[in-house]
Write a protein that binds this ligand. Structure first.
Ligand SMILES: Cc1cc2nc3c(=O)[nH]c(=O)nc-3n(C[C@H](O)[C@H](O)[C@H](O)COP(=O)(O)O)c2cc1C
Length: 235
């Protein structure tokens, strides 16, 4: 029955085989109202950033952020995300060229009347962002022993997206902005980065200090789309 998953287990559920699971962690933090308010502000002020200052990231900052992203949930604890930092100018140029080509195609495919608006959007910060990062998913990782992806193998990609979102929030909390670039050809980018053939591209990311902080999505400010209320069905 579909509702059972949301109910508390019956009190006689056997637990004796895993006593450590019930032991309280003495150092578990207590999150207070002030923290919750700050967290809500973090969610509200996280932005997709395409306009960057060129300042380099402080030493160790990226590595610390990737360690936080690595704390994301993953199917079967498989941690299928694979991070690739991209510094090589030729590889960056290949990604930039893919973006230019795909963005031109997307412009040409716009519905009548929207092309002008699309052309004015800035949809990547590839030229200025000091840090470029590609995220891939390992499609069949040994880690996790296949748990949870028998019927839905796409859970591997979903897991990698969880890591991206964790990185996105951690970056914003550190005063950085992250911009997702998906208007690229995944095969071209994977080839340019010379990664194992089975890895699937999740996204290409620009990371750096933002030109400005905003609480409104840039696409909303540009008149492209507006944020809607959550869609919730009740059954
Ligand atoms: C899967 C995904 C792909 C995206 N691809 C792009 C992209 O190629 N270029 C871009 O400018 N923004 C991209 N974005 C950012 C969205 O446009 C942005 O999240 C949305 O407009 C809401 O703005 P906010 O993130 O600032 O709240 C992408 C976001 C997601 C989640």
């Amino acid at each position: 029955m579909g509702t059972e998953a949301c109910n508390a287990p019956p009190s006689d559920t056997p637990t004796s085989d895993a006593p450590a699971l019930n032991a309280p962690a003495l150092d578990a933090p207590a999150f207070d109202d002030a923290f919750r308010q700050q967290l809500a502000e973090l969610f509200r002020w996280r932005r997709d950033v395409r306009r960057f200052r060129r300042d380099a990231l402080a030493p160790g900052l990226l590595e610390g952020l990737l360690r936080m992203a690595d704390l994301a949930p993953s199917v079967g604890l498989s941690q299928p995300w694979r991070f690739v930092t991209v510094d090589d100018p030729a590889r960056r140029a290949a990604v930039r060229a893919s973006f230019a080509q795909c963005n031109a195609a997307a412009l040409a495919a716009q519905q009548a009347g929207r092309g002008g608006l699309y052309a004015r959007l800035k949809l990547a910060g590839l030229d200025d962002a000091p840090c470029h990062l590609a995220v891939f998913a390992e499609p069949d990782p040994a880690q996790g022993h296949g748990l949870g992806r028998g019927t839905m193998p796409e859970m591997v990609q979903y897991s990698a997206v969880m890591a991206v979102h964790t990185l996105w929030l951690a970056a914003r909390a550190a005063g950085l902005g992250l911009g997702w670039v998906s208007i690229i050809d995944p095969a071209t980018v994977a080839g340019a980065l010379d990664v194992p053939g089975e890895w699937g591209l999740i996204g290409y990311f620009c990371l750096g200090y933002p030109e400005a902080e905003r609480d409104t999505p840039e696409l909303e400010l540009a008149g492209w789309e507006r944020r809607a209320a959550p869609a919730v069905l009740r059954r």
